[in-house]
Design a protein around this ligand. Structure first.
Ligand code: URA
Ligand code: SF4
Length: 216
């Protein structure tokens, strides 16, 4: 399958050649690497310092993130912040970003509500040059993939959360840990599996914290 088409050339040509975090943030709004920019309010690039030791990668911005231009400011971000605190991670140690930088969605029939659509592999591939540049300039001690989209973007292959979560892996791009996406935990709120799912997310983030303290 040809992933790159004239309408979807991929982000590569918009990514600065010798990137720094400020240069990436400045360049990203112009990206036309795929069609997702068209229906979105703005690019949602990242939050956090270039010196952060821990990079958390989500899927794509949600409705609130699209409006505010900052990742993880909506409900899933709230749950993630709770899990981060419970795992004893310092928020200033985190660099937050997404596999895909524009909000993919459709409008609900007869309504105005914007409904989230999962990005396809073609969108993950198109946007990947931004993520690779971020990993290059931040050079975190550990990249935490929140969910399967992030896992695919970082590892460049399909991942199975259940089978691969919670352990530090040596990957081409550095050390990587896979866990669940906070939205999938959020969907269980008020249901039986919620506590277990939240505890499992905290446990994985605790492993990430221990990796930061590991002598190198
Ligand atoms: N979900 C994500 O994956 N990223 C965000 O920024 C917000 C919600
Ligand atoms: Fe560019 Fe990524 Fe936005 Fe597509 S989703 S236009 S590749 S920044």
């Amino acid at each position: 399958m040809a992933l790159s088409t004239p309408e979807r050339p991929g982000a590569g040509e918009w990514v600065p050649e010798r990137p720094s975090l400020p240069k990436l943030r400045e360049a990203a709004p112009a990206c036309r690497g795929c069609e997702l920019w068209r229906d979105a309010t703005q690019v949602v690039f990242s939050a956090g310092r270039a010196a952060a030791p821990l990079m958390l990668v989500g899927e794509q911005p949600g409705d609130r993130e699209d409006l505010e231009g900052t990742p993880f400011v909506g409900p899933a971000g709230g749950l993630l912040a709770d899990a981060v605190d419970r795992a004893g991670l310092a928020r200033e140690d985190l660099y937050l970003t997404n596999a895909v930088k524009h909000f993919r969605h459709h409008i609900a029939p007869r309504g105005k509500r914007r409904i989230h659509d999962k990005p396809d592999t073609v969108h993950i591939e198109a946007c990947r040059p931004w993520l690779l540049a971020e990993i290059q300039v931040v050079a975190p001690q550990l990249v935490v993939c929140l969910g399967a989209t992030a896992g695919r973007a970082v590892l460049g292959r399909p991942v199975r959360i259940g089978a691969e979560r919670g352990r530090v892996m040596d990957a081409e791009l550095g050390r990587v840990l896979i866990t669940t996406h906070p939205s999938s935990v959020l969907r269980l709120r008020g249901k039986d599996g919620f506590e277990d799912a939240f505890t499992a997310l905290v446990a994985d983030l605790t492993v990430a914290g221990a990796e930061l303290r590991r002598p190198r």
